[in-house]
Design a protein around this ligand. Structure first.
Ligand SMILES: [Zn+2]
Length: 194
């Protein structure tokens, strides 16, 4: 089961294996937030049985994370929009969902941008066809935004179990006036801490 590795600044860096965690611990590069996690992992190592629960650790020294360009491809759009039709709210499997260009490409819409692409069910996409949303009385649930805080955000969307552990942690360690986090909606973007 996963270990969420945070930068010293609290920004999520990666999801790593228990084995990788053991290597980082040996090199004294990470710290636990919770002493019971430390005890649990030490027990696992001593008994050569790696456990199941999500563990969050933090690098002792910050590493600089290069900004990566995240493409607005189908896979990432499905993550951003949480597999939910942005017109009618239908949540469905990937095969039931399409990508709609808000301004149709044939009418000058950008074919590749985060802002001009949304997840739509087949029914809504069929109804919208070559129109603007207003013309067929469709309304977007929320304005399509680029995925900022790129990597960390997608990482958390890909690993829901890790995301909730991270959100719990933020609630416990970050003062509320410094927190910019909406736990219920991934439309809210996690801000870097520190
Ligand atoms: Zn729909």
């Amino acid at each position: 089961m996963p270990v969420l590795l945070l930068n010293a600044s609290m920004q999520p860096l990666n999801v790593i294996s228990r084995r990788r965690l053991v290597v980082l611990l040996t090199k004294e590069r990470v710290a636990f937030f919770d002493d019971s996690d430390r005890v649990a992992v030490e027990w696992e190592v001593a008994h050569r049985r790696l456990g199941e629960g999500v563990i969050v650790v933090r690098l002792l020294r910050n590493v600089v994370v290069p900004r990566r360009l995240i493409r607005a491809n189908r896979r990432n759009l499905l993550l951003r929009d949480e597999h939910t039709c942005q017109y009618c709210g239908l949540r469905a499997g990937p095969t039931e969902l399409t990508i709609d260009h808000v301004i149709p490409v044939s009418r000058g819409g950008n074919p590749n941008s985060w802002e001009n692409q949304v997840v739509a069910c087949k029914r809504c996409n069929g109804r919208k066809a070559n129109h603007l949303p207003d013309e067929v009385h469709l309304r977007l649930a929320r304005p399509p935004r680029p995925v900022v805080q790129e990597y960390a955000h997608l990482l958390l969307l890909r690993h829901p179990e890790v995301r909730s552990a991270y959100e719990d942690l933020l609630r416990s360690v970050v003062p509320s006036h410094l927190r910019e986090l909406s736990p219920s909606s991934s439309g809210a973007f996690l801000q870097p801490m520190g």
